[in-house]
Design a protein around this ligand. Structure first.
Ligand code: ATP
Length: 877
């Protein structure tokens, strides 16, 4: 066997993999992808479709029902058996389709949340799905990235990798590119390799893919990491418990009904079939699947509006958010930086002014201390701060690439949000070195040697004053400094390099607030949600922007708190004062965690945005952690519950709105299902108590169940958001799904339905109206449809909502009505369902009586509205 990857030089590896620094060509990559397969760990075998379908029959009650139906067929009516079987199959198909759709929607979400990798193909960096990487690909590594495949590193700038996932070693390992000796070096000691699934915790690098998918070291141990268990949402968990209890209660009631019928001398088999049908109908076995669909489809809608949900529970908990803590740059602002002002040699000027590079270093510093690159077609690629500065230098004939030819970069200290600065070191023509540092004024001011280079040199006070002046105009201020070296500082570290610097100048960059941010902030406040800005930027800059978009209300004493002030506070003091703070400036990412905790201690439900590696703990801890899709690191995305594909604050607010709507609709669905089931149970139970003949045949019960569990219920999830959805206060996260009278309503509406049904039964039998069973069956069915229309809103009347504002539902109700009519009037169906045609007055009575349920629920809503008007209070946010 030849040398292992870590023993070979980078050139050898390049050659062995037939690649170069320009990466592979498109066709070559495609060829290799076909050969090696996608770069993913092989997943567990999925359940086949057939199995999924068969699983629908596994339900205990369904098996009993089928058994009973077969027995019934054996001793008598074969049609009954067939109809019951048919209904069971249709039920299974509905269940199957629901489960399949839920699974598909979840898969689609997962695929969208998959990682991208920056790969060099044909000499150009492009972002491709990490699954498409092949051996030989050249991959760019940035801080916060999850390494997408096994790599031999060919470039490492202070690159540190957290390999805990693979080796268990919790300290990040500093990487290098030199070949190493000995094949026996353990994985953790192979310093020139990067392994799939580990995390770049610092620095920058480039690696050559040597293994993908199951051939990677992670792939070899993948079996252990396979089981990504399905997380159930709080609602799903609660409903599962509720479902079990309900099932037991229903079974008890059914047993009682059966016993009573038996004692009264009804034929036992018929009574048994009735009781079982009722149990099948009243146990809401479809509930979990329907909830998953509502959430997953809701999540899909959210993606269309740029909010990608990674963890399903977020969809439902979004509605409870009381605080949104948002980054500034790129989220509340556009992250389209332009250099507005330059300060140099005691003068502040516009960036367009001819800055003649005579004796100063400023333009050279701006050009060289820069990570943006030109793609050769006039596009500048990189972080907006960097590209803006690149452009300014280039506009003054100081293009980075050209200047760098004379002064190549030999070392660097990459930017990090803790130091708030970055440094590059260059070799000069005479063999000496120069370092350029740029960063926040307050971070660098104490590292300057001031007042030494003649009288023109700015004083500390002067620099701070000019900087603050720019910040008050809403600009982000960067200070440039320089230092010359005879020999390269050793080691290249912040402590040795970023000290004793000479001031060069200031640059003020404007990043305008996003247009939609102002409206979104106003909407938040109306919805009882408090928006708060957390930024690494200067307090003055942050304060100005916060006022412009309304986060700080005009004329209020709402405050800006700096990271340093925050540091000085105890946890208790922080909790006490936190109510008034609207902006946190110059905060280190670690402090975000403290803010989240303090808010949560006060009972707030916190959404928090973040993009860096260090944001991950705060994102995890927040009730809704939100990562940035464009600027966010893999690590932050992995920790987040939701990803903003457009990095936009307004998208969060839209997602909250969508979350509230989805929860509302789930409640509507549950309300409908429970009233329906309670109606069926009450009917059969009270009939037994009153000594009436059993009002419905098993097929009738199953049919009503099919109608209610079927289309109308699903159409409820298409219900548009109610008008007041962003005017209400956030829902308390622990609030029961049965809150606000849902449970009580299911109880009384069901009872009311039963009373109506039994009244019809009574008068039809004793008034000799005839066809009593068909009438009872019809009334029960139609009351459900009326109820379905009425539960569309908790408060608003249907007439205000408009019959046509949910067309799927109207269609479903109309279709169900049509089917019911067919069952009554079509001779073929009459035989199957044991119905007789109703004459006009009989049908008229049925429709009139059924509509009473609709009016009763509407009346309740009216009282609710009146009650609310009396107790109305404006949201205090
Ligand atoms: P947020 O998204 O939290 O609002 P931010 O952009 O304000 O983030 P950072 O990106 O951490 O915060 O920047 C913090 C400070 O670091 C800035 O105020 C600026 O002074 C400095 N800084 C930002 N980008 C650079 C850069 N590319 N080079 C040097 N210094 C920088």
């Amino acid at each position: 066997m030849g040398k292992k990857w870590h023993e070979q030089s980078t050139e050898e590896v390049m050659k062995a993999l037939e690649s170069s620094r320009r990466g592979l060509s498109g066709p070559e990559a495609a060829r290799r992808l076909a050969g090696h397969g996608p770069n993913r760990l092989v997943e567990k075998k999925k359940r086949s479709l057939a199995m999924m379908f068969l699983d629908q029959f596994k339900d205990f009650m369904i098996i009993i029902l089928m058994g009973a139906a077969v027995v019934a067929g054996a001793i008598g009516e074969l049609t009954d058996t067939l109809v019951i079987m048919l209904i069971v199959v249709v039920n299974a198909v509905i269940g199957f389709v629901q489960e399949y759709r839920a699974g598909k929607a979840m898969d689609a979400l997962k695929a969208m949340a998959a990682f991208q990798a920056g790969a060099v193909r044909d000499g150009v960096v492009s972002h491709i799905p990490a699954t498409e990487l092949v051996p030989g690909d050249v991959v760019i590594l940035e801080t916060g990235a999850v390494i997408p495949a096994d790599l031999r590193l060919v470039e490492a700038a202070m690159l540190r990798v957290d390999e805990a996932a693979l080796t268990g070693e919790s300290f990040p390992v500093e990487k290098m590119t030199k070949a190493m000796d000995g094949p026996g070096v353990s994985l953790g000691d192979r310093l020139n390799m990067g392994y799939k699934g580990t995390i770049v915790s610092y620095g920058r690098g480039v690696g050559l893919v040597v293994a993908t998918g199951m051939s990677t070291e992670l792939g070899k141990i993948a079996g252990m990491l396979q089981d990504e268990e399905e997380v159930r949402t709080p609602l799903q968990k609660r409903l599962a418990v509720f479902g079990r209890r309900l099932a037991i209660a229903v079974l008890v009631i059914c047993a009682v009904i059966f016993t009573m019928g038996f004692v009264r001398g009804v034929e036992p088999l018929f009574m048994l079939l009735t009781a079982i049908s009722l149990a099948v109908a009243a146990i809401p076995e479809a509930l979990p699947a329907v909830i998953t669909i509502s959430l997953a489809l809701g999540a899909r809608k959210m993606v269309a509006r740029n909010a990608l949900v990674r963890k399903l529970p977020a969809v439902e908990t979004l509605g409870s958010v009381t605080y949104i803590c948002s980054d500034k740059t790129g989220t509340l602002t556009e992250n389209r930086m332009t250099v507005e002002e330059i300060y140099k040699d005691g003068v502040t000027m516009g960036s367009g002014d001819p800055l003649v590079e005579k004796d100063g270093y400023l333009l050279t510093a701006i050009a060289l201390n820069n990570d943006a690159v030109s793609d050769g077609n006039g596009n500048i690629i990189g972080d907006p701060t960097e590209t803006a500065l690149y452009r300014v230098a280039a506009a003054h004939d100081c293009e980075r690439e050209i200047v760098e030819r004379k002064m190549p970069r030999v070392a660097e200290l990459p930017f990090d949000s803790e130091r708030k600065c970055m440094t590059t070191i260059h070799r000069m023509g005479d063999g000496r070195f120069v370092s350029f540092t740029k960063g926040a004024v307050d971070s660098l001011i104490d590292r300057l040697v001031l007042g030494e280079s003649g009288e023109k040199a700015a004083s500390r006070d002067e620099i701070v004053k000019v900087g603050d002046g720019m910040a008050k105009r809403g600009l982000r201020v960067l200070l440039y400094a320089v230092k010359e070296w005879d020999v390269l500082p050793e080691p290249v570290a912040p402590g040795t390099v970023e000290t004793g610097l000479t001031f060069v100048g200031l640059a003020g960059l404007l990043d305008p607030p996003r247009e939609e941010a102002k409206d979104a902030v106003a909407l938040c406040k109306e919805a009882g949600i408090r928006p708060v800005m957390i930024t690494g930027d200067h307090p003055l800059t942050a304060g100005v922007i916060a006022r412009r978009i309304g986060i700080i209300a005009d004329g209020s004493n709402q405050a800006v708190m700096t990271g340093r002030e925050l540091e000085g506070l105890s946890d208790v003091e922080l909790e006490e004062g936190i109510d008034e703070v609207r902006v946190y400036a110059r905060v280190a990412p670690e402090q975000k965690l403290r803010i989240v905790k303090a808010l949560q201690k006060r009972g707030e439900f916190v959404a928090m945005t973040g993009d860096g590696v260090n944001d991950a703990p705060a994102l995890k801890r927040a009730d809704i952690g939100i990562a940035m899709g464009i600027t966010g690191t893999d690590v932050s995305k992995e920790a987040a519950h939701m990803i903003l594909l457009d990095d936009n604050f307004a998208t969060i607010v839209n997602a909250v709105r969508e979350g509230r709507k989805i929860y509302d609709n789930i409640r509507k669905f549950i309300r409908y299902l429970l009233t329906t089931n309670s109606g069926e149970i009450w009917t059969l139970f009270l009939a037994q108590m009153a000594g009436f003949p059993v009002p419905l045949l098993p097929v009738h019960i199953l049919w009503v169940n099919l109608i209610t569990d079927g289309l109308p219920a699903l159409a409820l999830s298409a219900e548009p958001a109610e008008g007041d959805i962003m005017k209400r206060k956030p829902r308390h996260p622990k609030e029961s799904i049965f809150a606000h009278g849902l449970g009580v309503q299911a109880f009384w509406v069901g009872l009311f339905m039963a009373v109506l049904v039994l009244a019809v039964q009574y008068f039809a039998i004793y008034g000799k109206v005839g066809q009593w069973q068909t009438m009872v069956f019809t009334v029960l069915c139609l009351t459900q449809l009326g109820n379905c229309l009425a539960v569309r809103s908790e408060k608003q009347s249907l007439f205000k909502q408009g019959l046509f504002s949910n067309k799927p539902l109207l269609g479903a109700v109309t279709l169900s009505f049509g089917l019911q009519m067919a069952i009554i009037y079509a001779p073929g169906l009459q035989k199957i369902f044991h119905t007789q045609p109703l004459n006009m007055s009989q049908l008229g009575v049925c429709i009139a009586v059924s509509s009473l349920v609709f009016f009763a629920v509407e009346t309740e809503k009216m009282f609710r509205r009146i009650g609310e008007k009396k107790g109305a209070m404006p949201n205090p946010r």
